[in-house]
Design a protein around this ligand. Structure first.
Ligand code: CTP
Ligand code: CA
Length: 223
């Protein structure tokens, strides 16, 4: 979409954005993934770039955008490592990635064979680190934005995430809605901030959501 900003109003700002679903390895040929397309994070990255922001995108998605520093990773642990080195140098973190909550406890060295005598197969999972919570706990002046993907009790659940993850803003979306969240080009976001009323945006394209977010951020920076 056409930016309503003619000038690079956020020139000089540095932002790191994560996008896409993590891929948690089971063996050399398999992983546990999720339905995230990475579109919301990519839209955030492009809109930021349009406003003059220096963007680093850490993603599982096969993307190439001119002028953008893109770091390709697969697992939550790799995402965490990259963020740990970049976070101290940025002004804003946007955690749009769908990080797997669990990963296989063991990654098999060889392709796992099926056993003709067994109809069931069990993979033991172990918790991934909460990247947002861990990274945001180390923040100095960074502005931290998280998402909340919910299928019920949107506001209550998103509010909990706002507080527990040390986020300045949570962008909550109801992923049970077919026109919001995973895989589609549209989203319907509710923006939560501490000590402010939640603001619900109408259903719009992910590019428009991204534009709205950066407009919102610009008003905060200018205030
Ligand atoms: N997140 C993260 N690390 C994880 C899980 C989530 O950094 N291991 C981040 C996501 O990128 C998102 C925010 O935390 O910005 C909320 O993710 P979500 O899946 O909605 O919440 P969870 O805290 O994982 O809780 P649950 O899935 O149980 O609702
Ligand atoms: Ca989760």
């Amino acid at each position: 979409i056409e930016s309503k900003f003619q000038t690079k109003e956020l020139a000089g700002k540095k932002v790191v954005i994560t996008a896409g679903g993590t891929k948690e390895l089971i063996d050399p040929v398999r992983y546990i993934g999720n339905r995230s397309s990475g579109k919301m994070g990519l839209a955030m990255a492009k809109a930021a770039q349009n406003m003059g922001v220096e963007v680093t995108l850490i993603t599982t998605v096969d993307a190439a955008i001119a002028g953008m520093n893109i770091i390709h990773i697969q697992t939550a642990n790799e995402m965490m490592q990259q963020l740990q080195s970049i976070f101290p140098t940025v002004d804003v973190l946007i955690m749009a990635a769908a990080v797997a909550d669990f990963k296989p406890l063991h990654v098999a060295d060889q392709k796992i064979k099926k056993n003709d005598d067994e109809d069931f197969f069990t993979i033991k999972l172990t918790k991934n680190p909460d990247i947002l919570k861990t990274i945001a706990a180390t923040k100095t002046n960074q502005f931290v934005v998280g998402f909340a993907a919910e299928t019920q009790n949107l506001l209550a659940n998103a509010e909990k995430k706002l507080n527990s993850k040390h986020a300045d803003v949570i962008l909550a979306n109801n992923v049970a809605q077919s026109d919001a969240g995973f895989g589609v080009d549209t989203n319907q976001i509710t923006l939560l901030q501490k000590n402010k009323h939640p603001e619900s945006l109408p259903l719009m394209s992910k590019d428009e959501v991204a534009q709205k977010f950066w407009e919102f951020y610009l008003t905060l920076v200018k205030a």
